[in-house]
Write a protein that binds this ligand. Structure first.
Ligand code: SF4
Length: 410
């Protein structure tokens, strides 16, 4: 398999992404960024577990001093792992973070509600990044494309790729090339099509920016791992992908062995210890997703439950509800892992229904736009319940929220 020869992007002093180099493994903290102690502790744990880059949410300008403190405390501890500020809904925060950490992720869908202002603000942001040698991720999500993007381009994989190209073209026009791009979706087919289309468009434009791959809101446990492997492997097997994140609704340290396994699987050496579940997902999932096969051959000896999970992850057959659950981050308002487990237990009979469990009211509703039903933490022990993208119950105490959700589903 030949790797796509993307340009090289430098993140801080020691990390280079792209150019056919080994796939870089990254993850994201789920601590509150304002809790500097907890975030520093988690970063050290993640770095020790093999993360090569760590993303930290920065909800607003008031959190920038905490980010600065986290960077400085990690440096003092001898940990120089690149940090990525994750920004939504605040272009000013993106600008402020550009002089603090090695990379800033922005989401074109919510960088600024006004298209012209978004372009202006992005140009200013790139100048600050240039001055400080900061890298950028243009990170689109299918669930949060934003009104101006869907008005302009629609809500398809092709639209995601076109929207990304608009932002990449702004970088090219500014001669700013320290850029990585991602087009994540919870739906593996949408995600794979979007990246393929983007690669086609980037080839036409003449600049191949490195690609960050991920399946968003993949959930947890076996199914979260399998879904991530199916989506990410579908692209890695054709040489697309320079850095990956496996998003799980679990402690982020659990994401790293899965991501490392994927990276190793497609390296020359391969994984040192085989994992039969991940092997089956990586081998058969992409073939199912691309409709090269309609079922896993019996001779492969894959057990029926695992086959069901791989078929569902590749969106070929749905044997249970489809769950969308964000991994949680510094914006998360409640114990997501426990709640998600309970929701799964109590809705397992609702085959084919799409049920979302999201950590915050800021991004959750947008990111789960495809869901039939959504459980969204508001903070302060309250929950909003959504149906087809609209809130149907607000401020429900969290002790009653799962019952209410089930009542509403009927
Ligand atoms: S939806 Fe989840 S991962 Fe996304 S910002 Fe909110 S809590 Fe964080």
């Amino acid at each position: 398999m030949e790797r796509l020869k993307t340009i090289e992007v430098r993140i801080g002093d020691g990390l280079v992404i792209g150019g056919g180099r080994p796939v870089v493994v990254q993850t994201m903290c789920n601590t509150h960024t304002s809790d500097v102690d907890a975030t520093v502790t988690q970063c050290l744990e993640l770095a020790a577990a093999g993360a090569q880059m760590i993303r930290v949410t920065v909800p607003g300008l008031q959190d920038v001093p905490a980010l600065r403190e986290i960077r400085s405390r990690l440096n003092d501890a001898g940990c120089h792992i690149p940090l990525v500020a994750d920004i939504h809904f605040s272009s000013d925060t993106a600008v402020a973070c550009a002089s603090v950490v090695e990379k800033v992720r922005i989401n074109p869908g919510n960088f600024h509600p006004d298209h012209q202002k978004a372009r202006q603000k992005f140009a200013e942001f790139l100048e600050v990044c240039r001055e400080h040698g900061t890298a950028v991720r243009v990170g689109l999500n299918h669930g949060s494309l934003g009104k101006y993007i869907t008005d302009l381009y629609g809500n398809t994989p092709q639209a995601m790729a076109l929207a990304a190209m608009e932002w990449l073209q702004m970088c090219i026009d500014a001669s700013f090339f320290n850029v990585v791009v991602s087009l994540k979706a919870s739906n593996t087919v949408v995600m794979v099509q979007a990246y393929r289309e983007l690669v086609r468009l980037m080839k036409e434009s003449g600049v191949l920016f490195p690609l960050h791959l991920g399946v968003t809101e993949a959930g947890n446990g076996e199914s979260g791992r399998i879904k991530s492997c199916v989506g990410i492997a579908s692209l890695l097997r054709e040489g697309i992908g320079d850095t990956i994140r496996v998003s799980l609704t679990e402690t982020p340290v659990n994401e790293l062995p899965v991501a490392a396994y994927l990276a190793d699987y497609f390296s020359d050496a391969g994984p040192s210890v085989r994992n039969p579940m991940l092997d089956a997902a990586i081998k058969w999932g992409p073939m199912l997703l691309d409709r090269e096969i309609d079922a896993i051959p019996e001779s492969a000896g894959v057990d029926p439950h695992l086959e069901d999970e791989i078929m569902q992850a590749a969106r070929r057959r749905f044997y249970r509800p489809e769950y969308i659950a964000c991994p949680g981050c510094g914006r998360t308002m409640y114990n997501m892992e426990e709640t998600f487990e309970q929701v799964k237990r109590r809705t397992s009979h609702l085959k084919g229904m799409v049920i979302a469990v999201m950590g915050c009211i800021v991004n959750g509703p947008g990111e789960m736009a495809d869901a039939d039903w959504g459980y969204v933490g508001e903070g302060g022990g309250r929950v909003s319940i959504y149906h087809k993208g609209e809130p149907v119950l607000r401020h429900v105490p969290d002790s009653e929220a799962i019952d209410k959700l089930l009542e509403l589903i009927g």
